[in-house]
Ligand binder design. Structure first.
Ligand SMILES: Cc1cc2nc3c(=O)[nH]c(=O)nc-3n(C[C@H](O)[C@H](O)[C@H](O)COP(=O)(O)O)c2cc1C
Length: 143
């Protein structure tokens, strides 16, 4: 089943509490289950969200417009937007992992995330960031 796959990065004003992340997740999981969307949300303690969303094109379009309008983050920068023959991030309607910024200091691609508000600087890092998102997901799969 061909699907649309999106990877974006966004910024927050200061740190987001675990409680707020859980609120975002609860809504995301409810909606995504309804809409046939799956994916992974990563929150980095310096105030960056990274999210992969996969699902039917129209459902992804609607979810992205709600997400872009959400005042809990800003500078939503779409790094990857493509069709895939099948979804990969299928274990969760929205998986979730949080990291301290220092834990990610060695990952190629993630180093550029402090420039999230400068989309042109971040775009070339899209594939590297996507690989790290896939690694995080694969390392946490339930086989
Ligand atoms: C970082 C972040 C990720 C989000 N991810 C999703 C998501 O995957 N799916 C979703 O429906 N809403 C997501 N949201 C929430 C939407 O922005 C919005 O609040 C929600 O879709 C509204 O749903 P409701 O009208 O059912 O309350 C996310 C919000 C943030 C800040």
């Amino acid at each position: 089943m061909a699907i649309r796959q999106i990877l974006y990065a966004s910024q927050t004003d200061g740190p987001v509490s675990e409680r707020e992340c859980q609120d975002i997740l609860a809504t995301s999981r409810r909606n995504n289950e309804r809409d046939g969307i799956s994916g992974l949300l990563v929150y980095i303690s310096n105030g960056t969200f990274l999210q992969v969303l996969e699902g039917p094109g129209a459902a992804i379009e609607n979810a992205m417009s709600r997400i872009k309008d959400d005042a809990r983050h800003y500078d939503v920068a779409v790094l990857i937007d493509r069709q895939r023959p099948a979804p990969h991030f299928t274990d969760w309607s929205m998986g979730y992992k949080t990291f301290h910024a220092a834990q990610l200091a060695d990952f190629a691609g993630f180093k550029r995330i402090k420039n999230v508000n400068e989309l042109k600087d971040l775009l070339p890092a899209g594939d590297a960031i996507f690989s790290v998102m896939t690694s995080i997901y694969d390392a946490n799969r339930q086989y």
